[in-house]
Write a protein that binds this ligand. Structure first.
Ligand SMILES: *Cc1c(COP(=O)(O)O)cnc(C)c1O
Length: 239
């Protein structure tokens, strides 16, 4: 009796328990942390089951896969988060279904997102992706800006028509001083978030933590965790 629905329901319950217990350990309210399920490489039928199980926030990292999936699920009231490195030639498509773009990491992308949002008559939430291991003036291997560029980028989002500055996102670095130190990495992101909120009080989202390290992210103060594998299973290929 392990059909897909049963399997997803069990996985979701386990992840929910992990989040609840991490919140309890950190002295935080459960409702202060939002689960975003990363559905990349999995079919629209899984998204539909997740919706039936109560999931309302989903994330994808490749427009080629996400666009048809979002179209197939257009009847569901889901918020789609885009979490992958984003080329400007994909921006128009992404702006058609995404509610939040979590991987904003350069001014050129801000300009393109703003134009697409205005053209589509939509407001797009934006998170600045921070590469904790990037040096000043550089971007990370997995996207993201160096920490000293956060404010400039935040200001450009704030000024851009059609965009809303929601906060910060990071992926725990695989290299550099934070490699293998997820808790320290997420603590650092939360420091940058406090600083950002000094100038932009509404930009209070902190998106950090995945299947392997969501407890560290919640302990550090993340408001959103992005969980794929622990809900959907190990992906057939890297995605
Ligand atoms: C794939 C992905 C996740 C989810 O990772 P899991 O380890 O499967 O939970 C989270 N964030 C980003 C940016 C991703 O690309």
């Amino acid at each position: 009796m392990t059909d897909r629905r049963t399997q997803l329901a069990e996985n979701l319950a386990q992840v929910e328990e992990r989040i609840a217990s991490a919140c309890a350990s950190a002295g935080r309210e459960r409702e202060d942390v939002t689960l975003i399920v990363v559905t990349k490489t999995y079919p629209a039928s899984d998204v539909r089951i997740l919706y039936e199980l109560g999931v309302r926030q989903v994330a994808e990292n490749r427009d080629q896969d996400a666009a048809p999936k979002a179209a197939a699920c257009a009847d569901l009231s889901l918020t789609w988060h885009f979490v992958g490195q984003l080329q400007t030639n994909k921006v128009r498509s992404v702006a058609g279904y995404a509610g939040v773009v979590q991987s904003v990491d350069r001014v050129k992308l801000v300009t393109a997102l703003s134009a697409a949002a205005v053209r589509g008559g939509r407001e797009l939430g934006c998170l600045i992706q921070v590469a904790l291991d990037a040096e000043s003036g550089e971007r990370g291997d997995r996207g993201g800006v160096a920490p000293d560029a956060i404010e400039e980028l935040a200001a450009s989002v704030e000024e851009a028509e059609g965009l809303r500055l929601d906060g910060l996102m990071t992926v725990a670095p695989l290299a550099g001083p934070y490699a293998g130190r997820q808790r320290a990495a997420f603590d650092r992101l939360v420091e940058f978030s406090s600083r950002l909120r000094g100038n932009h009080p509404a930009a209070n989202m902190v998106s950090a933590g995945m299947s392997a390290d969501l407890e560290d992210a919640i302990a550090a103060g993340a408001t959103h965790v992005r969980v794929g594998t622990a809900v959907l299973g190990v992906r057939p290929r890297l995605g």
